[in-house]
Each structure stands twice: as C-alpha cells, then as structure tokens.
Design a protein. Structure first.
Lengths: 486, 486
C-alpha cells in the first residue's frame, strides 16, 4: 500500500534535468485506490463539522494568551487523545498579551455635526484612550496612499483623528486583502508620526453588514502604538464619508480600554500518526487554535482545526500507517503575529529537526470548497503534484502553480526551506465574516467541509506515503546524484 | 385633468348593487395619462433615495422621545418647507420615554459551562437588572407555546432566566412576523408571572447574522415589566440551543440599564398639498419618523419617509392640484406602540375631522419593490381599485384583495372607519435588517425606491383627484341614494 515511487523516480531520471516542466510522475494504482477510498469516506464524514461545532461552542472565542485559549488547548489534547492520535503534547511558549479591555463592545460616537453611536473595534495592539476618553476632529483620507503622501503643515494632524477609507474588493483568492490591510497594519505609524490622537479606518473586509473588522497591527522595530486605533463597520464608514462629502467638520468621541497586559503563556498542540517506515520524516499539517475575541472563530480557524484533524483521523481509521509521520499542529497565537508558528520553528531549530519536515501545509481560509492544488516544491517534484492533481480532480479541484506557500503558520518553516503545498479554498465570501462578530458556526456548510476533508485526506496520504524529496535542489545536476538529505 | 368620475359613477349605477364584485370602474384617459407621466417621472427620481440618505445620515438613529427624534422633526419641517409643501406643522403629544441606558451595547455572557460574551439587546420596555447585574440559570423553552403550557412546579422558574427559542420564517408578505413576535411582546409576562428573574429570546427576524433584534413589548392592563428582557442574536441562540442539547446546566450573567425615564414630548409632522375643489377631503399618506436606536432606521422607516414625500412632491411638481387635499403625516413614536398615530387620531376626534379622511395608507415595510395593490374599502369602490391596478400593472404590481389595512400608523384611523389601501412591498428580506444595527442606508437599492415612488405617485393621484367615497356603506341599497357622506 506504499506509494512505491521507484517508477516515478525512474521516469524522472530518464528526462533531462535542466529547465522547464518535468513529466508527470505516476502514482501507483494501489496508492490511488487507497486515496480514493479515503476521499469517499471523507465526503461521508461529519467529523470536521462536529469538531468545529464543539470547539466554537464549548470554547467560543479564544483570543491568544487568554484563559479561553488555554481551554482550547485542553480541549485539543483531550480530543486528540480520544481520537487515538499518538504523541499528543503541548509545546508552551511565552507571549505578550494584548486585550481589548472589559468587553468586546467599544464606545465610539460622532459628536458633531450629527451625534450618533458607531460600531467599532480596537485593532490588535492599539493603546487605550486616556481615562474618560477623547474627542477630536476627523481628518479624512480617501486612501492609505493619500495618508502616506500627506505633506500638510507639520501640525495639521496634531491632536486629530485620522480616518482612512480604503475599500477592499472580494476575490476567490482573497488577493485584495493584503493591499486593503495596509491601513490596518501600518496606519497607526503614519498617524502617530504626524501627531494624531488616534486612527480610525473603514473596516478591512468586504462585508456591508454592520460589523467592525479587527486584526493585529504591525510593529516595525518593536515599537508599540501610543494611540488608540480602531476600525468602524462599513455602514459607519459610509456615514463618515457622506458627512465628509457635505464639507462638514466632524468630531468623534472614543473611550477604549485596550492595552498590553504583560507576558503570558500560550502553546501549540501537537499530535501524530507515526510513520511506518520513515517515522523521522514529518509531513506537517496545521491550523490555528486561537481566534479573535469578537466572534467564535468558526471560519478562522475552527474549520481548519476540524478539517486537518478529520483528514488525519480518516487515514488512521483506514488501518494503514503511511510511510512517513503525519504531524498535526494546532498553533496558538496565530492572529497576533504567528507567535506559535515562530515558536514551533524556533523549537525545531533547537532540536535540530527542521530538515525532517519534508513538506508543510495549513488549512486557514474558511470552510468553502477547495478549488485548487498549489505547490511550492523543487522543480523535480512538480510532476508528483501534477499526478496528485489528477486524483483530486474529481473533487472539482484545479491545478495551481508551483510558487505557493503553505498558509500563515507555515511561513516560519518555509523561510527555513521546508517545502510547501496548499489546498486553496474559495475565499470569495471569506472576508464577509473574517475577524468580525459574524464569524460563527452557522456560516459553515457541512457538505463543503466534507469536500475539504476528502481533499486533505488524499493530499496528506499521498505526501506521507511517498519517499519523494520535495525540497528544491541547489543545482539541477544534483538531482541525479542520489538521495537528497532530509 | 381631474379624474372626472362621472363615467365611473354612471357605470356603477348601471349595475345591481347587492352582493359580489362590481364592474371595474373606468378611469378617464386624461387622468391615466397624467398618472402615467407621474410614474415615469418617479422612475427617474432619486428624491426619495436622497431624503432617506439625508435623514439617516444627518439624524441617524431616532428613538421615540429622544433629542434625536426631536432633531428628526426639525429636519422634516425644514425639508417640507424647502420642497414647497403647504400647512407644514408639528402636532406635539406626550409620551413615556424608555431607553436602553448608556449605550446600544449590553453586557450579556454565558458564565457556565462555556464562558463567552453574547450579542444581545434589551427589548423595549424592559427593566434594568439590579445594579451590578444578575447571574442565573437558563431554563430552555423550545417555543413560546411550550412556555405558555409550562406547568412545572410553582417555583421551577423562580429566579431563573427563561429562554424562548422560536424561529421565524421569511415570506414576501412578512406573515411569519406576528407569530414569531409573541415571545417578544408577551414573553415577559409569562416569565414574570412564573417568578423568573429575566427573559431571553432568540431574536425575532430571519437573519443568521450576529445582530440582536429589538422591538417593543406589550403591556396588557398598563402593567410594566419588573424584569430585564433581552433578545440574543441567532448565532448566540444557536449556542444556547447546542449547550442545552448537551444536557448542560447553563448560567448567564446580564447587566442592563434599561428603563422608563418619565414623560417627554414627541410629535407628528404634517404637510399638505391643498385640494383644488374639495380641500376638506383628505387623502392621508404616511410613514414614521422615529426608529429604533441600534440602527439608523433606513428601511424602518426612513425609506417610507422618502417614498411618500417624494411621491407627493412629484404631484406638486406636475403643476396640477388634485381635487382633494393630500396630507403627508410623518408620525412620531411608532415603534414604541403607535403613540403618534393614536395621538393623531385622537386629535382628529377632537377637531371633528375624522370623517374628512377619505382614505389612508402608509409606507412602512422597507424599500423593496411594490408588488401588490391591496384595498380595504366599500364593496362599491373595489372597481375603482381594479381600474387603478390596471394602470399600476406596468410597474410589476399585482392586484390584492379588499381586506387590507393601511399600515401600522393607520390602525387607529382604520378603527374609526377610515378606508384603507396599501402598496405592498416585497418583504422577503425585510426581517434580515429590521430592528437591528444592520438597518442602514446601504441596504437600499435606488431603482427599487424609484419604483415605489412611481407607484405611490400614481396611487396618491388617483385617490386624491377622485370624488369616489371609499367608505363601506351600511346597506347596499344606500348606494343608489346619492352622494355618500364625507
């Protein structure tokens, strides 16, 4: 039942190893039959759905570093043990805790010219207002670029509230997010450097519903914000935009309690299916346990937790150990800056096992169908993915390119040279819910989750039962010289 | 350009007046041409849209009896005067003010077994929790009927929080609302009578988004609640339902500040187009100015304010006065129990002009297309509406029955015998937004509003330029005896 890739390797050796695509590797009939059976079982499984239901109900919101996130780790350990995983453990790491304060609700209101409350949320890392709050004039910027280029008088923003109005557009790949997110991650610096009393932004995300979109800010050079920074919901941003268009001077009052609370402990939860022949070779599949505090983190990333766990459990249930070890990692503290992922990578540096990670992938983009298989592997291994794609195609999955990462929590490992692959999910409406109170379990469609599990079970099986080295080879000529190092 | 209804009257007199439908009255060519021109202008007009934008932006939320609602009256007076209406005036009335307290945000959380904050809103009229809040066990009722029938031990609900889980289903007519609303209006009595410490309900409305749906409770026999009563959003109700299904005892903490604040002044804003031939005959068209406090009341009922005002203004702009007076009334304090509508009716009783109201209608069901013309008039006048329907049909409007009311604020007048008619709007998604923070201006489609204005302009013109008496006649035989009384 192993993926005897001798045939594939032979095929590889028979073609010139220089540039251009390599011939598709063939996957043995036996492996394909086993993978197909896993997929069929996946399509019938509600395990991922039930795991996500359990996590989002029994824990609910689980902000990094809080007691809720610690409860999520306990939940995960118990769950992995109950499902029969091996080597279940928690790897603790320290982190700096930031919280919103007393409640998920924050007090923001237009005071002039048209008094009304706004729906808003502090951005991760923001400072509180002074006790009692602040009230200041809005200076309106139609885009983050306009703020970057702002060359008004030195004191033009002094004591004011900077408002940035960029809009995000929806896409299956979610590709508008990075651009739209600049105001969220870096807006505070531009505002603070110009003397502003605070930052307000139109929520990142594509929703027209009245939810504010939170998310972490960036802290270049370890500098932390001294000002409050909040996102208002799209309808509230529309209000601000309309009032601005009327030529009115606008004042807004805020009172927030956000801040850094000191060092706390978080952790990554790890579970394995130990490989039969090469247990030291690790296929790492992951998701993250933490979520933002305003929703229950069903799409981000309860769904991922359910999907990768259920896929691994299917492989276990089929009764055939893969050649390599499958390691499921549920990362802590993803939302606040990949803190768990960095801790994991650092620990692997320390224990010298980075190179044992043959490939990695994360599920962290909601619960819609997988529509594409992308890879980020050595050119010689592209054919393996092309062959895998032929098997996944019956699930409606296209073949993507070979420049893919593996997901947010895979970034530190990828930076250390671990090959990556990804099952890309349809993200067209992901940013309708992401990082808002509306990221809740009812948004998940069970059949779509099952399609994910089917795809992940096949994908993980093919990767774990293979002996292909996915790492890029320094020189094309090396490829012919025998086994690459692990 | 009058609707010379001699022909229609003649047609009417030529048929037996006993039972069953009468022959469709014909509308004169001249009137039909004028009405069609009004509709064409309506389809091109963005006045309703702009008025709703202005009201919802420049006033925003306008809870009955608050300074915001008073600002809305000032806005309406100024608007009517600018648009050239006649007899613009405010009729004040006293009312009891209820408010939520400090903020639209309320503190509700599950404390056991799975601590997490919930999105909730006090129901109108609810009491506050004691200072510092309460924490109590949830007793779960799958439906309001289950609560009604609850015959547990006398103290089974003593000190507990009653939760009622009824779901509402969507319909074009919104017909599921009344049934689903029973738990909101009457649940507090059933809970309080059984010694409960408070009431929680699954939000009325059809939305799966994480918004709680507010709305007034009922107070039979002038009794006021002594307990807090709140709705939680659908996803939060799902959580409670799931935890209940697990067999877990559940505890919830609340801290609310809602309460009655004493007598204040509200008002109805009135404006007219005075009739050319029978100015004492009044066609009353209305909408309500107040809204709930959690949204900006764009669909409920900023849209109605825009629609009826724009329709009347189109008639004015066409330069031909109708035979009768068109009276536009923007009612105050609708949401809290038709307080403005009752005050209006009482004032007409006092000034003896109830019978001068020949027919009434209100726009208060959002901003989607009108799909049906319904009437509630004397049998002899059904033919008039059938003929009107033929003219409205090009807007995609069907003919409804003859047992219709005129809308919420028309109820007191209808009870005094004023005939009613209604342009029914598509309400399929009205309860996605209604009474939630998500009732905001961006939800309105300009083209749909314009269709409303076109329909209302035709409808109002036909009614106001007619001399048909729409009142039911005590005996069929009376119909042949000449002019009915006004």
């Amino acid at each position: 039942m192993r993926l005897a890739l001798a045939a594939a390797a032979a095929a590889f050796l028979s073609i010139p190893v220089q540039t251009g695509p390599v011939q598709a590797a063939e996957l043995p009939e036996e492996a394909r039959v086993h993978a197909r059976a896993l997929a069929e079982a996946g399509l019938e499984s509600d395990l991922a759905y039930r795991l996500t239901e359990s996590l989002t109900t029994e824990i609910g919101p689980r902000l990094a570093g809080t007691p809720q996130e610690a409860r999520a780790r306990d939940w995960a350990v118990e769950m992995f043990n109950e499902l029969g995983f091996e080597n279940v453990r928690v790897e603790d790491f320290p982190m700096d805790l930031w919280t919103r304060g007393y409640s998920i609700f924050e007090e923001v209101a237009i005071t002039h010219p048209f008094p009304q409350e706004l729906y808003a949320t502090s951005l991760g890392g923001a400072a509180a207002t002074p006790e009692g709050g602040i009230e200041a004039e809005i200076v309106f910027f139609d885009s983050f670029d306009d703020l970057l280029e702002f060359d008004g008088a030195n004191d033009a923003l002094e004591g004011k509230l900077v408002f940035v109005n960029d809009r995000m557009t929806a896409a299956r790949t979610g590709e508008g997010y990075g651009w739209a997110n600049r105001k969220r991650t870096l807006g505070w610096i531009e505002a603070e450097n110009r003397g502003a009393a605070g930052l307000l932004i139109r929520s990142v995300g594509t929703s027209s519903h009245r939810f504010a979109h939170t998310g972490m800010m960036s802290f270049p050079a370890e500098r932390l914000p001294g000002i409050p920074a909040l996102a208002v919901s799209a309808p509230d941003a529309d209000q601000i935009e309309r009032i601005h268009a009327m030529g009115e001077t606008m004042r807004v009052a805020l009172r927030t309690h956000a801040g850094w609370r000191g060092e706390v402990t978080s952790g990554n939860v790890i579970a394995e299916i130990v490989g039969a022949e090469a247990p030291e070779e690790i296929v790492i599949i992951g998701a993250h346990l933490d979520s933002w505090d305003n929703g229950t983190g069903a799409l981000d990333d309860g769904a991922g937790v359910g999907i990768v766990t259920a896929a691994a459990r299917l492989i276990m249930d089929a009764g055939v150990r893969p050649r390599r070890t499958i390691r499921v990692v549920l990362f802590g503290a993803e939302e606040v800056g990949l803190v768990g992922a960095r801790a994991y990578a650092r620990a692997r540096m320390e224990d010298g096992t980075v190179d044992q990670h043959v490939i990695g992938s994360e599920s962290d983009f909601g619960a819609r169908n997988v529509w594409r298989l992308s890879s980020g592997v050595g050119e010689h291994a592209v054919g393996f993915f092309d062959a895998m794609h032929e098997e996944l195609e019956f699930l409606g999955i296209e073949r993507g390119g070979n420049s893919s990462g593996g997901g947010p929590d895979m970034i530190p490992l990828a930076a250390m040279g671990v090959p990556m692959a990804r099952l890309d999910q349809d993200g067209t409406d992901y940013f309708e819910f992401h990082h808002t109170p509306n990221d809740t379990f009812d948004k998940i469609v069970p059949e779509e989750m099952a399609q994910n599990v089917a795809a992940w079970a096949m994908f993980t099986w093919f990767l774990a039962d293979s002996d292909v080295d996915f790492r890029a080879r320094p020189e094309a000529g090396d490829a012919e010289e025998g086994e690459p190092a692990q």
